[in-house]
Design a protein around this ligand. Structure first.
Ligand SMILES: Nc1ccn([C@@H]2O[C@H](COP(=O)(O)OP(=O)(O)OP(=O)(O)O)[C@@H](O)[C@H]2O)c(=O)n1
Ligand SMILES: C[C@](O)(CO)[C@H](O)COP(=O)(O)O
Length: 229
């Protein structure tokens, strides 16, 4: 039997509504390069990753000018869906002829340009012998409040054992596809795996791998990418 391989799957079919830019946020330039291109460049130098698939929307007008010259380990899939969940699932269906059920899939948001090779390697080394798979995440450090009516605190939520999920989230192709096909809409891959009664492993990530979501996040991402923090 062939050893399992590692593939990256990048959902990049969102519109970036919360960012409020004229272009989808994955194409917004951070420290001189579109976010999505940064992510593609990082995976291109990850030696353990065999191939990267990027999912964009059917009418994406920006991807062609964002791609690197060397496309030998990169495929664009124009199969984006209405939600991140559907974009990932459509991507998994579209790549099915090129992967085996036992291959590992690393799903990573295009909106997390701070990912490093070290984080990819840490994730792979932590999970390569795992039965289920898992995800990068960081322990929650702030005290958490649940809001009630009128913007007032209804409850303080104990933060013990709470982690904020990042990506990549790494699961075997067959299991991940089945989980996403069966789940109600989920906001990450791990939730779909949990819905099968399984417990993904938490692997400590890094603050620099945060999700660029709001306009002011761009300045912080630039500081990380320029090595200023
Ligand atoms: N229908 C969708 C929605 C999101 N994504 C991708 O999923 C990742 C995380 O999503 P998010 O940060 O929420 O991006 P947007 O959905 O674009 O942002 P917003 O919710 O502000 O519109 C991004 O790389 C985004 O492009 C996707 O592939 N397909
Ligand atoms: C997958 C994710 O980045 C983990 O934190 C997050 O759930 C994506 O959420 P979004 O609402 O699609 O940005």
């Amino acid at each position: 039997m062939n050893p399992p391989r590692y593939f990256a799957l990048i959902p990049a079919a969102g519109v970036g509504a919360r960012m409020g830019e004229k272009i989808p946020k994955q194409y917004v330039s951070i420290a001189g390069k579109p976010m999505l291109r940064r992510v593609l460049d990082t995976f291109s130098i990850a030696e353990s990753v065999t191939h990267t698939f990027v999912v964009v929307s059917q009418d994406d007008a920006y991807i062609d000018t964002t791609l690197p010259v060397d496309m030998s380990r990169l495929t664009v899939l124009r199969v984006g869906g209405a939600t991140r969940h559907l974009s990932v699932l459509n991507g998994l269906h579209a790549m099915r002829d090129q992967v085996s059920d036992d291959d590992w899939i690393l799903v990573h948001d295009a909106a997390r340009p701070g990912l490093t090779i070290t984080l990819i390697d840490t994730l792979i080394h932590s999970l390569q012998d795992d039965e289920i798979g898992g995800l990068l995440a960081v322990p929650v450090v702030d005290t958490l409040k649940r809001s009630g009516s009128g913007g007032r605190v209804e409850q303080t939520v104990a933060r013990d054992h709470l982690w904020a999920a990042q990506t990549p989230q790494m699961f075997r192709y067959g299991l991940l596809r089945r989980a996403l096909e069966q789940a109600a809409t989920v906001t990450d891959e791990a939730s779909a795996i949990e819905a099968l009664g399984l417990q993904p492993k938490l692997v400590e990530g890094n603050a620099r791998n945060f999700k660029v979501t709001l306009p002011h996040d761009v300045a912080l991402a630039e500081l990380y990418l320029k090595g200023l923090v």
